[in-house]
Design a protein around this ligand. Structure first.
Ligand code: SAM
Length: 134
């Protein structure tokens, strides 16, 4: 049985990012006005352009995911997120930019991830946690 606290958290995050997804693109314009000095580009530069898979957890509208995919054509970049609305924006952005080495997956479809990773100590591990006994 899924934990009610987590279900409520997910619902609130989804609601919040449903709204924010409409204006989230503004964030990079405001926070990183200098396109050349955008830290997402710096991040992409840190990753070797080799045949490796990159997982962007909580990818949002895919700003980093796409920056990596665009710079490193040999990477396979996967963005995962809780918010369908943020992912929709991300997918549209990838299509618009003709980026074919990135994909975006909703986190609830990701049970398989635990088959390939022993432990992922990130926020999203909470989704798979059993409800603590009171
Ligand atoms: C501030 S945005 C950051 C997006 C992106 N990493 C960026 O750099 O622009 C946070 C994102 O985390 C996602 N998120 C929050 N809690 C999450 C969880 N438990 N599992 C997956 N995604 C989550 C939200 O849906 C949202 O898209």
């Amino acid at each position: 049985m899924r934990c009610k606290y987590i279900a409520s958290y997910e619902s609130r995050v989804r609601t919040l990012y449903r709204v924010l997804s409409k204006i989230y693109g503004l964030m990079d314009l405001i926070v990183f006005p200098n396109k050349k000095a955008n830290p997402r580009k710096g991040l992409a530069n840190q990753i070797p352009d080799e045949q490796v898979r990159v997982l962007d957890v909580c990818c949002g509208t895919g700003n980093s995911t796409i920056a990596i995919g665009k710079k490193n054509i040999n990477n396979t970049v996967i963005g995962i997120d809780l918010s369908r609305d943020m992912l929709k924006v991300a997918r549209n952005k990838a299509i618009k930019n003709k980026i074919t080495n990135t994909s975006f997956i909703e986190i609830m479809q990701l049970n398989w991830i635990f088959q390939v990773a022993a432990l992922i100590l990130l926020l999203f591990h909470l989704h798979f946690m059993k409800c603590p006994k009171n």
